[in-house]
Design a protein around this ligand. Structure first.
Ligand code: ZN
Length: 294
């Protein structure tokens, strides 16, 4: 289980942080991610978890799509207001390239010739959709730019995923700093300096909770912790949703696949769960649909 902490710093800065190792390891296991894919997707999942906690209602839902035109393809991540995140990536096993400084070339694998799109569904008639250009493909910078450009929020974002030699994540986390409009100039200057020093983020979360990381960096200010909540990688797929997908295939097509393959299998992209339908189950499903219509 990952824990997210929110705090108000100097009465004028909202800081939220999450220790996200378990979320990243779950994604690595489900999608069999190569190291560079784990870094890119892990950072995106970490940010989505932080954004999900900005929602007022548990049912509120966001989808983030990072589409940079690089070898990893599209990364899609979802989060709700109740502490759940999940994600999918087009090409999970992209070869890992290192930058001259020895770090994974996440920007090269994501690509920067594309967009970051955020779709927020907060129960209104139309979901909110915001899009901005990718600036580096390194994810954190791209989100910071998105908030400034698309939501007019002054903020800082830092995200990190550390991997061991066995391709498991040994530390991961992120910090999201939002500056309130009445923030005094001297506080703002100091916060900017702190954010700059927060590079190498994953290392900060090694053996530390999110709250400890916040206190480590912002301890010099008046600091009030407002929330400590659990966040986990959890998919919300269910039989009812998959039934609808099978129905959308049409009776004949669904039956012909089942006949050819012995059964019809639908696999959820986000959690890998398999839903299996034999001929009997398909007939029953469409029978039910006819009854429903009456
Ligand atoms: Zn699922």
């Amino acid at each position: 289980m990952s824990v997210l902490t929110k705090a108000i710093v100097a009465h004028s800065v909202i800081v939220s942080a999450i220790e996200s190792k378990d979320i990243v390891n779950r994604a690595i296991k489900i999608h069999n991610l190569s190291p560079v894919a784990a870094a890119a997707m892990g950072r995106t999942l970490t940010m989505a978890a932080l954004m999900g906690k900005e929602f007022k209602n548990k049912e509120d839902y966001l989808t983030v799509i990072v589409d940079g035109g690089g070898p990893l393809g599209k990364i899609t991540v979802c989060a709700d207001g109740d502490g759940h995140v999940k994600g999918d990536i087009e090409n999970p096993v992209v070869e890992t390239v290192l930058k001259p400084d020895g770090h994974l070339d996440v920007g090269g694998a994501v690509g920067k010739d594309g967009t970051l799109t955020v779709i927020k569904d907060i129960g209104l008639k139309q979901p909110y959709v915001g899009t901005s250009k990718l600036v580096s493909g390194e994810i954190a910078q791209d989100f910071a730019y998105y908030f400034a450009d698309s939501e007019q929020i002054a903020c800082g974002v830092t995200l990190g995923v550390g991997l061991d030699r066995k391709q498991k994540c040994n530390s991961a986390g992120g910090v999201f700093v939002q500056i309130m409009p009445d923030c005094p100039e001297d506080v703002l200057d100091r916060v900017e300096t702190i954010m700059y020093a927060m590079d190498e983020m994953s290392y900060q979360f090694e053996g530390s909770t999110a709250e400890q990381v916040i206190r480590r960096f912002f301890g010099e200010f008046d600091l009030i912790v407002t929330e400590n909540v659990n966040v986990e990688y959890k998919c919300n797929c269910n039989k009812y949703k998959i039934d609808r997908i099978v129905k959308s295939l049409g009776k004949e097509d669904a039956l012909s696949v089942a006949e050819e393959m012995g059964q019809l299998e639908v696999c959820c992209h986000f959690c890998g769960r398999k839903y299996v339908y034999d001929k009997q189950a398909i007939l029953k499903l469409f029978e039910k649909q006819t009854t429903d219509k009456k």
